[in-house]
Design a protein around this ligand. Structure first.
Ligand code: HEC
Length: 184
């Protein structure tokens, strides 16, 4: 009887081992293939959980939302964000499309349903293990709130002027060629 227990355990162990080996052999860290629904759902749930937890704390005070602060956010967006998220924030640029995870459409329901606090946190800190950079060392808190307000104005039902591109730059490549890699 005891032998049978050991045998069953060994069979289960070997099966798990074979399945895991098969999984590793057939998985890839290439950013080219479109990720499956299971992987995407799992990654999104984990990300949402981390962002919700991080925004429970105290954040720097938010300035009043005005037409001027949204316009300031639009200019910053053209410099900092358009190279990946696209000029209008909704149609990712080629670089953004080539990333895994793909860049989000900022007009999508998933992004628009995030609170100002959550957006602020994501823009300031970025998302680890993704292409989304943290802007804490690039923009000050007021500018990050302005970016937050601009992103929240990108609801698909509204028509907004696309962000202004970094002067002289049409893509990250040309930014690099002019030697001004840090987007200020
Ligand atoms: C180098 C490319 C790159 C740049 C530049 C960039 N982003 Fe992103 N961003 C990403 C990627 C990739 C994701 C998707 C991350 C994910 O889904 O885990 C993302 C996601 C986001 C999200 C959605 C977060 C979520 O939970 O789905 C917001 C909001 C965002 N970016 C805002 C901005 C803003 C505002 C800027 C400029 C200040 C910016 N991004 C600059 C690559 C970039």
């Amino acid at each position: 009887m005891r032998h049978r227990g050991w045998l069953a355990a060994a069979v289960i162990f070997l099966t798990v081992l074979v399945v895991a080996a098969f999984g590793v052999a057939h998985s890839t860290i290439s950013a080219l293939p479109e990720p499956g629904a299971f992987e995407t759902t799992l990654a999104m749930k984990a990300k949402d959980w981390y962002i919700r937890r991080a925004t429970r704390g105290v954040l720097p005070p938010a300035p009043t939302k005005t037409a001027a602060s949204i316009a300031a956010g639009r200019t910053l967006f053209g410099m900092d964000c358009a190279p990946c998220h696209g000029q209008n924030g909704r149609t990712p640029a080629p670089i953004g499309k080539a990333m895994y995870p793909r860049v989000s459409s900022l007009g999508s329901h998933e992004v628009q349903q995030m609170s100002d606090r959550e957006l602020f946190w994501v823009i300031k800190n970025g998302i680890r293990l993704s292409g989304m950079p943290g802007f804490a060392h690039i923009d000050n808190d007021e500018q990050i709130w302005q970016l937050t307000y601009y992103v929240h104005s990108l609801d698909v039902h509204t028509t907004v002027k696309p962000g202004k591109m970094y002067p002289g730059a049409t893509s990250l490549k040309s930014t690099r060629q002019t030697g001004s890699g840090d987007l200020e």
